[in-house]
Each structure stands twice: as structure tokens, then as C-alpha cells.
Design a protein around this ligand. Structure first.
Ligand code: SAM
Length: 283
């Protein structure tokens, strides 16, 4: 059977036809390897026929892989030339495909047309990958799972746990929403143009945030403060957040956290607990 997926020659021809010259600013590296595309779709562990949200469909490489596997797709693309060409080029290969294309910035997404997608699958634009993942987990509550391809280094950061060298703000904030795990590596050769970094797959599984009376914004504020000076003890790093070093020590002790510990040792549940103990400046 002839494949519906786009190979290297088709990717180049399609880009030439549309006058697309891939830009770094928009992270435009298009997949042209059927095996990788099918591996991404398999690794996402999607439920049969569940609707997928794809960010940055580009020329439709991954979109066709998702549609081929029987998933309706809602795709959000910032580049108006790519977005307007997508429905036609997909219909030419898969006339029955259920595809909804939204032209816009995934970072400004506020609501989606049509049925709510329950999974996120995307080869993300690398320079905005972390904010896009966080924004979607926050604003699209129907998303129960996801598989994203990002720069390998960012994949390490997203899945890192406390105590690891790569553990930081993205690790804690993603952990607020979801469990994250590495789901494989992808070499530069499967893209056109080939990026100058390795890529990694990250699987996300939504879970309940840690129990706390603090809001998400309050928890994220203490996370930002702790990692802004990651070499310092939490007592020192959180002095500004608490009002003074003494107030910071008091809050840490009340939350059951050693004031001499560093931010990189505390998990998301610890930050959630700590956020509740921020001193009230008006007291
Ligand atoms: N999914 C395609 C593939 O795998 O071949 C293209 C992936 S390419 C790495 C990233 C895509 O995201 C590009 O099509 C780019 O135009 C688009 N993009 C970049 N920034 C975006 C944003 N803020 N919102 C939505 N799409 C964006």
C-alpha cells in the first residue's frame, strides 16, 4: 500500500510549492521519516479514536500520522501560509480525515473550536517548547495525556526529579500538572532542515496537583524565587519572597523543610506546602 505520509522529496516539493523557507525563529524543522512519525504516534499511547491537539502541524507530517492511526486532529499553526495549505494537502491524501485547523499562536490560545481534544501530540517549536507545554496544561484541562518532541536537553529538564542536575523550574511546574517521562531519542537526520541539536520524546500523564490551600500562582511564585538563586540555601534564596531571612526560616520550618536545603532538593509537593506558609505582609 502506498504510504500517506510525507517523505523527504514530498516535504521539499511541498515547501517549494508554498514558497516556505523554514525559519529558526518559528522552529521550523519538518519531519520526513515515516518510521519516526509512526514511533511518535505509538509512543503517545493514545486511546482508540481520541481527539488529538497538535501544535505546529507545519506541512502535516505528524498530522497525517495521527490521522492515519484513526485520530481526529485539532491543529494550531502560527504560520498563516502553512495553516491555510494544510486542510487541502491533507484532504488530497486522506479525503475522510477529520481535521480542524486553527491559525494562531499556541501561547495565546484561549479555547478551541469543536470537540475537546484529550491528548497532546506535537513536534514542538523548540524555542517556546516549555511555555507552550505549561500553557496548554493550564488552559486545556481536557488534555489527559501527551507526547511531545523537544530538544534533548529540554526533555531532560522536563522529566528531572529533585536532586538531579537538570532539575529546575520547568521540572517542578510540569510536575504540578503531570507525570513526565522520557520516551526515546530522535536524531537530527529525520528532519528537514536538520536541527543542530538532538531531540527527545517526553510522555506526559495528567494527574491531580498536590493537595494545598495555596493557588497554583502562589506555588509557582515560590518555585521561581527558589530557583532564581539555585546555589543558595532556601533560607537565603527565599528572603525576598518571605520579607526577610528570619521570616523565610520561619516559613520553611513551618512547612517542615530544612532551611539549609537548596531549592533543587524540594519536590512539587514540598513547594505546594511551602507556598501556604508565606508570611502575610499586612499582619
Ligand atoms: N509538526 C511538523 C513536523 O513535525 O514536521 C512541524 C514541526 S516544526 C518543529 C514546528 C512548527 O510549529 C512549525 O510549523 C512552526 O511554524 C510552528 N510554530 C512555531 N511557533 C508556534 C506557535 N507559537 N504556535 C503555533 N505554532 C507554532
Amino acid at each position: 500500500m502506498e504510504s500517506v505520509l510525507l517523505g523527504p522529496a514530498e516535504i521539499r516539493a511541498q515547501a517549494a510549492r508554498l514558497g516556505i523557507r523554514p525559519t529558526k525563529t518559528l522552529g521550523q524543522n519538518f519531519l520526513h521519516d515515516g518510521n519516526t512519525i509512526r514511533r511518535i504516534v505509538r509512543s503517545a499511547r493514545l486511546l482508540p479514536a481520541e481527539r488529538v491537539l497538535e501544535i505546529g502541524p507545519g506541512l502535516g507530517s505528524l498530522t497525517l500520522g495521527l490521522l492515519e492511526a484513526g485520530h481526529p486532529v485539532t491543529a494550531v499553526e502560527i504560520d498563516p501560509v502553512l495553516a491555510s495549505a494544510l486542510p487541502g494537502s491533507v484532504a488530497a491524501r486522506m479525503p475522510q480525515a477529520e481535521l480542524e485547523v486553527v491559525t494562531g499562536d499556541a501561547l495565546r490560545l484561549a479555547g478551541l473550536p469543536g470537540p475537546a481534544p484529550t491528548a497532546l501530540v506535537a513536534n514542538l517549536p523548540y524555542n517556546v517548547a516549555v511555555p507552550v507545554v505549561l500553557h496548554l496544561l493550564e488552559t486545556v484541562p481536557s488534555l489527559a495525556r501527551g507526547l511531545v518532541m523537544v530538544q534533548a536537553e529540554v526533555a531532560d529538564r522536563l522529566v528531572a526529579g529533585p536532586g538531579s542536575r537538570t532539575y529546575g523550574v520547568p521540572s517542578v511546574k510540569v510536575a504540578w500538572y503531570a507525570a513526565a517521562e522520557r520516551a526515546g531519542a530522535v536524531p537530527p537526520s529525520v528532519f528537514w532542515p536538520a536541527p543542530n541539536v538532538d531531540s527527545g520524546l517526553v510522555r506526559l500523564t495528567r494527574r491531580e496537583p498536590p493537595a494545598t490551600t495555596a493557588s497554583r500562582a502562589e506555588v509557582f511564585a515560590v518555585v521561581d524565587a527558589a530557583f532564581a538563586q539555585r546555589r543558595k540555601t532556601l533560607r537565603a534564596a527565599l528572603a525576598g519572597w518571605a520579607g526577610s531571612p528570619a521570616a523565610s526560616e520561619e516559613a520553611l520550618v513551618a512547612a517542615g523543610v530544612d532551611p539549609r536545603a537548596r531549592g533543587e532538593t524540594l519536590d512539587v509537593a514540598g513547594y505546594a506546602r511551602l507556598a501556604r506558609h508565606r508570611p502575610d505582609p499586612h499582619r
